[in-house]
Design a protein around this ligand. Structure first.
Ligand code: ADP
Ligand code: MG
Length: 232
């Protein structure tokens, strides 16, 4: 089954009497285990698309199915559950809680959900390992570099073992060396945890980490390219 199926997706924003058409009919599919990059210039609707995929905003027209379930007809309660458990988000800014330690930031979604058992503890250890944060578990965000803070945000996004990870310009705030390190981490997550990843980016270099690139311009898909994996 496809992880994601998007059909004739449109999104308009109304501002006063004006309606702006941002997404003008997108159709595409994402296979389970795929790493899709959606690439396009600033303002072309990338974040808008990602928010719709994550159930964070309402679709104007069209369909989005996640693992065969149509988001556009789902009850808000079910969408909110899906958002908490099945989808992980990583944004350009890390949105960490400044006075919590690295491990508490990572565990926060579990704590808010009333879960903190043995299985979750094991997951935390696995994520500290994969993100290289083992030695920083008791640090607070201000004691970390930007790249390390983004690693914390990535681990937090993965704590519920989501099937889908949505990334909005995840290296947009990082220098080029750190960008490579973070993109290599996503590659590892994709290969080892088998997570389906969708990233949106304006950068060709980061898009190249995907297994497929969709180019978006002015609200439509202008090109679809399947790519060979970048060698490590
Ligand atoms: P990108 O992420 O590709 O830079 P966005 O998806 O953020 O682009 O925005 C696409 C267009 O939609 C922009 O013109 C932006 O101003 C507009 N837009 C985004 N969100 C809203 C909103 N909530 N209300 C009105 N216009 C919006
Ligand atoms: Mg954006």
């Amino acid at each position: 089954m496809n992880a994601i199926k998007v059909k004739s997706l449109r999104k308009n924003f109304s501002m006063g009497k004006q309606t702006v058409e941002v997404l003008k009919g997108l159709s595409f599919e994402v296979e389970s285990g795929e790493f899709l990059s959606v690439m396009g210039p600033s303002g072309c609707g990338k974040s808008t698309l990602l928010y719709l995929l994550g159930g964070l905003d309402e679709v104007t027209f069209g369909e989005i199915s996640l693992h065969g379930k149509d988001l556009t007809t789902m009850k808000e309660k079910d969408i909110s559950l899906l958002r908490r458990r099945d989808i992980g988000f990583v944004f350009q800014f890390y949105n960490l809680v400044p006075n919590l330690t690295v491990e508490d930031n990572i565990m926060l979604p579990l704590i808010l959900d009333g879960k903190k058992g043995k299985k979750q503890k094991a997951r935390l250890e696995e994520l500290l390992e994969i993100t290289g944060l083992k030695d920083y578990r008791k640090h607070t965000p201000r004691e970390l570099s930007g790249g390390q803070q983004q690693r914390v945000a990535i681990a937090r996004a993965l704590i519920f073992e989501p099937k889908i990870l949505l990334l909005d310009e995840p290296t947009g705030n990082l220098d080029s060396k750190t960008t490579v390190e973070i993109m290599e981490l996503f590659k590892t997550i994709h290969l080892e945890l088998k997570t389906t990843i969708i990233q949106v980016t304006h950068s060709k270099e980061t898009a190249a980490y995907g297994t497929k690139i969709l180019e978006l311009n002015d609200g439509v898909i202008v090109r679809e390219t399947r790519i060979e994996r970048k060698a490590s």
